[in-house]
Design a protein around this ligand. Structure first.
Ligand code: ZN
Length: 243
């Protein structure tokens, strides 16, 4: 049977966006899911989103928000808006749900495809990859030819050739054999590339084609949920702006 992977992450407790993405996956005929982490944080449906992700039964790696919610870490160094949501999220989840977040691995592999939230070099420190220098450090530790990640909420392809590392804008792309790829799948629940539509990626292992998908969802309902929860207004605002 032909397989089709959906790779999604940085869901960030946005139920409206997650449901639209999963509907689209059904239409596309997705057979396998991979999740690049940050199931919670920023939006106001953490428990609901966690339940759905757990029901997918797929590999999930630990994001920084998953990590902070599940730890007793002091939040002084956090941006106040992020700290407010981490604190609020801790109060919404059961002990069993917090334990599930705590137990998430930093790195996963399925059918030779690697998965990490931030980078393969020191994944537990949650470094950001915004350019090919930062991607270079990742490739030193990335053994698999293909690795999906998230964290910046900006979709991107990083390609490692013998001659160096190159950045390729997100587009339908057939992965040539013999090179390594580190692909950022963007964010389902809080895109930050100026496009407010939910982002995820499809990968067909037979044709080796990756596709970057963007989907409109009910931003207003997600915003109302944030306001009802009493979370910072800025978190509602940025959803409509994709930032
Ligand atoms: Zn995130």
């Amino acid at each position: 049977m032909a397989r089709l992977f959906a790779i999604l992450g940085d869901i960030h407790a946005n139920l409206e966006a997650l449901n639209v993405v999963l509907d689209d996956c059904r239409k596309e005929g997705v057979t396998d899911f991979l999740c690049t982490g940050d199931v919670v944080g920023y939006n106001a449906a953490p428990s609901e989103c966690m339940k759905i992700v757990r029901e997918l039964g797929c590999p999930v790696v630990k994001g920084n928000h998953d990590h902070y919610v599940a730890s007793e870490q002091n939040l002084e160094d956090f941006h106040p808006n992020a700290a407010a949501v981490v604190q609020w999220t801790r109060e919404q989840l059961t002990q069993e749900e917090i334990q599930w977040l705590f137990d998430l691995p930093f790195v996963e592999t399925k059918m030779g495809i690697a998965l990490v939230h931030s980078t393969m070099d020191r994944p537990e420190t949650f470094g950001y990859v915004f350019d090919h220098f930062q991607a270079e450090a990742n490739f030193i530790c990335q053994k698999a030819p293909l690795c999906f990640h998230g964290h910046t909420h900006v979709p991107m392809i990083y390609e490692k050739q013998v001659s160096g590392v190159y950045r390729i804008d997100p587009q339908d792309f057939k992965l040539p054999i013999g090179r390594k790829y580190f692909i950022n799948v963007g964010s389902v629940g809080q895109p930050r590339d100026g496009d407010p539509r939910a982002a995820y990626v499809l990968y067909d292992p037979m044709t080796r084609i990756v596709r970057f998908k963007r989907l409109e969802y009910d931003v207003q309902s997600a915003q109302e949920r944030i306001r009802r929860a009493g979370l910072p207004e800025r978190l509602a605002e940025r959803l409509a702006l994709g930032e």
